[in-house]
Design a protein around this ligand. Structure first.
Ligand code: NAD
Ligand code: DAU
Length: 353
């Protein structure tokens, strides 16, 4: 089986690529990535030379390029992760999110539909378009309740609106052209290789450097955190066993108020860095809230657990400790990604706060 994984140089994509390359030596894995500011081939140095792995630099918004690539490679399956993924950036530059997340996804769907035209409509599982999506498409919850696979979409940010739109296109291609598709909607991931513009790696980095920790609003927003390798394991399970045309929610039943999570990170880091208990908490700085900030996300992951037998392998306490250790042991990785374009962007954002 030949699989094109898009966005394989990014945070989650790199863990998915590694898992598939190592676990399935008979599969041919092609990592298709544009290498935007978020794409980093250093995430994959350990598998770079594996025989069943190849990297192709390319842009999913380039329809001509994608069509040619698909015709030449004739993949049997696509696992689509490439996206613009940061909510704050979507507020500053929504069009880029429409281009990449909506147009890019439709280009991939078209190319898949074209090369698989003789395979469509059969009941055999002989090709698959797997679209990786997010819980944010369901909108924002108050204090109670969960997102189910049946929850109506209600995206509230330009990022989630672009992801919701791409999900709709995937389902439309399944319904209209009988393209074999599957969609999964996952909660917030954390773990190694997470780009340090997102809450957890940004705060780990700032604590190390004794820089302020910019908490949006009152820090009362709630997110449901899942260790990135558990997401990769779930993608493996859905890819192989998920029902064609179906949707699977992925999450760890692990909700944290931002401020509580931040205090846990501060406490662990004080210990690891040999600082006085409470020292890092002093860095907490309340800043202007994110525009349209979703209050709470909470995934009900019962379906994937009961139907496909997946469950998270790590408790949060273990996962966050592993994550902090990884960042402390991989300072060069952090230095590399915090230079260049990202640094300029971060400076601008930070000066505004
Ligand atoms: P990321 O920003 O770390 O990585 C995105 C990758 O996509 C990068 O390698 C980037 O170079 C690549 N890319 C961007 N535009 C491209 C283009 N035009 N052509 C080709 N490649 C391009 O993102 P992530 O956090 O790893 O998220 C991966 C996917 O999972 C996204 O679709 C995201 O919506 C979804 N998701 C993320 C989370 C999360 O907590 N991070 C949770 C649920 C779902
Ligand atoms: O829910 C899944 C989504 O999780 C993914 O689809 C997105 O790609 C991913 O970026 C993530 O979105 P969030 O907006 O939830 O993640 P982020 O790390 O940006 O923020 C987490 C919470 O922390 C959120 O309530 C905003 C807050 N925050 C974030 C940053 C960067 C702060 O208080 N300060 C910050 O500096």
């Amino acid at each position: 089986m030949k699989i094109i994984i898009t966005g394989g140089a990014g945070f989650i994509g790199s863990h998915v690529v590694r898992l598939f390359v190592k676990k399935y030596p008979t599969y041919e894995i092609i990592n298709l990535d544009k290498l935007t500011y978020a794409g980093n081939l250093n995430n994959l140095t350990d598998i770079n030379k594996e025989k069943n792995y190849r990297f192709v630099k390319g842009d999913i918004t380039d329809a001509h390029f994608i069509q040619n690539l698909f015709e030449n490679e004739k993949p049997d399956a696509i696992i689509h992760l490439a996206a613009e993924s940061h909510v704050d950036r979507s507020i500053t530059n929504p069009l880029e999110f429409v281009q990449t997340n909506v147009m890019g996804t439709v280009n991939l769907l078209n190319a898949a539909k074209n090369i698989w035209k003789d395979r469509l409509g059969t009941l055999e599982r002989n090709c698959l378009f797997y679209h990786v999506s997010t819980d944010e498409v369901y909108g924002s919850l108050d204090e109670g309740g969960f997102f189910y696979e049946t929850t109506a979409y209600s995206p509230q940010s330009p990022y989630s609106a672009s992801k919701a739109s791409s999900d709709h296109f995937v389902r439309a291609y399944h319904n209209t052209y009988k393209l074999p598709t599957v969609v999964s909607n996952c909660s917030n991931n954390y773990g190694p290789n997470h780009f340090p513009e997102k809450l957890i790696p940004l705060f780990i980095n700032n604590i190390q450097q004794k820089k302020p920790l910019p908490v949006y609003g009152k820090g009362e927003n709630v997110r449901d955190w899942l260790y990135v390798l558990d997401h990769a394991r779930a993608i493996d399970v859905v890819f192989h066993q998920g029902k064609i045309g179906d949707t699977y929610n992925i999450g760890g039943f692990n909700e944290w108020k931002n401020i509580d999570l931040i205090k846990v990170i501060c406490r662990i880091m004080d210990k690891k860095l040999g600082r006085v208990e409470g020292e890092s908490e002093q860095l907490i700085t309340y800043v202007t809230d994110r525009a349209g900030h979703d209050l709470r996300y909470a995934i009900d992951a019962t379906k994937i657990m009961e139907e496909l037998g997946w469950k998270p392998s790590l408790q949060f306490e273990e996962g966050i400790e592993k994550t902090i250790d990884w960042y402390l042991e991989n300072k060069t990785w952090l230095e590399n990604v915090t230079s260049g374009e990202y640094q300029n962007y971060y400076q601008e954002m930070y000066e505004k706060k």
